[in-house]
Design a protein around this ligand. Structure first.
Ligand code: DGL
Length: 259
């Protein structure tokens, strides 16, 4: 059986990219809701509906687990999806705890989509982990649009990030949390803009570790030749041009993986 990765768009590839390295004998399904991306600027009701549609589809694909490789979809819909389906559903939350654990004295800037930043799940997370009130939150919705059109490096991206970061004195901060899977594509520009001591923290490794733990628990890890089936909003992706677009995203992830 296969492991599904689901995202509003191409951000979730950053999580699957890591999973493909550490699970070389598993078969994957990647579902990007390309008809409806971005989620982060829509209403919670809309996002719940889209996620429901995607999960209904994925459940027809012989999958043994679904990784919601999207912080926004997790924030809105993962609890409801767990009520509806009994297979392991792994969600993603901005890695604020991991960032605080690395330092614990300096501030941490959590970046995510507007829905994630404002969501109840984020409030609960902060209540739980941010005892010393060190966490600030910043929504960066335009990065999702830049990523989807593969504008990874450009003066517009640099200007956008400089403007958004201008209000923060990064001497007080130790880390920047990438709380949206689309943000990984911009790590090199962020690295250039931010002081060297700022560490980037994302939830990709933790999410994949949790996936492995859950699969091991139900003895569901396999030894198969690695494959990936791609779907855009329920349509299989076969066209050479679209597959090449996906390969470009994967190459981009190779470039920024070590940053
Ligand atoms: N990649 C998604 C996340 O991790 C959401 C991007 C969007 O659709 O706004 O939050």
């Amino acid at each position: 059986m296969k492991i599904a990765f689901f995202d509003s768009g191409m951000g979730g590839l950053s999580v699957m990219h890591h999973a493909m390295k550490v699970l070389p004998h598993e078969q994957f399904v990647f579902y990007a809701d390309e008809d409806n991306v971005p989620y982060g600027t829509k209403t919670r009701e809309q996002v719940m509906y889209y996620v429901g549609q995607a999960f209904d589809f994925l459940m027809t694909q012989d999958v043994k687990a679904i990784v919601t490789a999207c912080n926004t979809a997790t924030s809105v819909a993962v609890a409801e999806m767990r009520r509806r389906y009994s297979i392991p559903i792994i969600g993603m939350e901005p890695a604020a705890k991991k960032a605080l654990d690395l330092d614990g004295e300096h501030r941490v800037l959590v970046t995510a989509t507007p829905i994630t930043v404002r969501g109840r799940k984020m409030e609960l997370l902060i209540e739980k982990v941010d005892k010393d009130h060190l966490v600030d939150r910043l929504a960066l919705p335009d990065l999702v649009t830049f990523a989807e059109r593969q504008e990874f490096r450009s003066p517009a991206v640099t200007d956008y990030l400089r403007t958004q970061f201008a209000a923060y004195d990064f001497a007080d901060y130790s880390a920047l949390v990438l709380g949206c899977t689309h943000f990984n594509y911009f790590k090199d520009t962020m690295r250039e803009i931010l002081p060297d001591h700022i560490r980037f923290v994302d939830g990709n490794e933790g999410t994949v570790n949790e996936l492995i733990r859950r699969l091991r628990e139900c003895d569901a890890l396999e030894e198969l030749p690695q494959t990936v089936d791609y779907f855009y909003s329920g349509r299989p992706v076969h066209e050479a041009e679209e597959l090449e677009r996906i390969r470009q995203f994967m190459r981009r992830l190779d470039q920024v993986y070590a940053i």
